[in-house]
Design a protein around this ligand. Structure first.
Ligand code: GLN
Length: 278
């Protein structure tokens, strides 16, 4: 038998203290305060074994979100799994901007392309009870995860298996959002940290990282209602290229917003009357 304190001490030799607490807390269903107050309690041997397995996997680089199966996004807990990208704090900017645009719409029809965990679509559905939210993904496992998150958070999403717009019918949307893959295929970051364990199809998009964004921007006008808006997250150095793509597709009112690190991270545009005959 081993005490909670001793187990945490042992784990700290290979992983960060906070992560050790998080893994153990999650495993035995207790918070930090409880762990701190019960350091001398014995840990059940089966729990101890599971804990040290998780510690070993974490030490080998597996993302903490995949080991705990959860990640917080926009103040709520979402199920996370290797089926989808781990929700990231910078994507909360996309949600904030979408909420700002949707605020002026009575019953907005929203579309989230490549929904992954569903964290964007579920958050929008929760924050905009009048909205009708469609979310698509090409990966069946990601769709199942999004369905699970929608169920947990008690919102209804229309979930479609689709390669971007391919399976989206003639319905028009007031707002289309996406956090598409935008990392260049040869980017060394793909071989570092959490990214090594995340689905490549959710991260990498061709030699310049713009392959998915190009397809989405070009096709979006035919899926937007009059005055509809498109909102995309993109890479730290892609703002100029994405602005050009929006302009070439006929979008007006193009604006780009910086994330908390000061990086232009999201581009939005609106279909203006001078845009293409949608
Ligand atoms: N921002 C992510 C990263 O570089 C990439 C997410 C994405 O491709 N949509 O870690």
């Amino acid at each position: 038998m081993i005490t909670i304190d001793a187990a945490l001490r042992q784990a700290r030799q290979t992983i960060a203290t906070a992560e050790a607490r998080q893994l153990l807390g999650q495993l035995i269903g207790r918070g930090h305060a409880w762990l701190a107050a019960h350091g001398d309690d014995q840990l059940d041997p089966a729990a101890a074994q599971l804990f040290f397995e998780l510690v070993e996997r974490r030490a080998a680089g597996e993302p903490i979100a995949y080991l705990t199966g959860t990640r917080e996004f926009y103040g709520r807990i979402f199920a996370a799994s290797p089926a989808a990208l781990i929700p990231r704090p910078e994507t909360e900017l996309l949600v904030d901007l979408a909420l700002g645009l949707a605020a002026a719409m009575a019953a907005p029809r929203l579309l989230d392309l490549g929904c992954g965990t569903g964290c964007i679509a579920v958050t929008l559905a929760l924050e905009l009870p009048q909205a009708e939210v469609t979310a698509v993904d090409l990966s069946p496992a990601a769709l199942a995860l999004a369905a699970r998150n929608a169920h947990t958070h008690k919102v209804e999403l229309r979930l479609l298996s689709s390669d971007w717009f391919a399976a989206v019918d003639a319905q028009r949307f007031d707002l289309i959002v996406a956090n598409p893959p935008y990392v260049a295929a040869g980017d060394p970051h793909l071989e570092r940290g959490d990214l090594r364990f995340e689905p490549r199809m959710a991260l990498a998009a061709g030699a310049d990282g713009l392959q998915a964004i190009r397809r989405i921007v070009a096709a979006a006008p035919t899926h937007l209602a009059p005055a509809g808006a498109l909102l995309l997250e993109h890479g730290y150095d892609q703002a100029p290229a994405v602005r050009e793509l929006f302009a070439a597709a006929g979008f007006g009112e193009i604006a780009q917003e910086a994330d908390l690190s000061g990086i232009l991270r999201v581009t939005r545009g609106r279909l203006t009357p001078r845009g293409p005959a949608a």
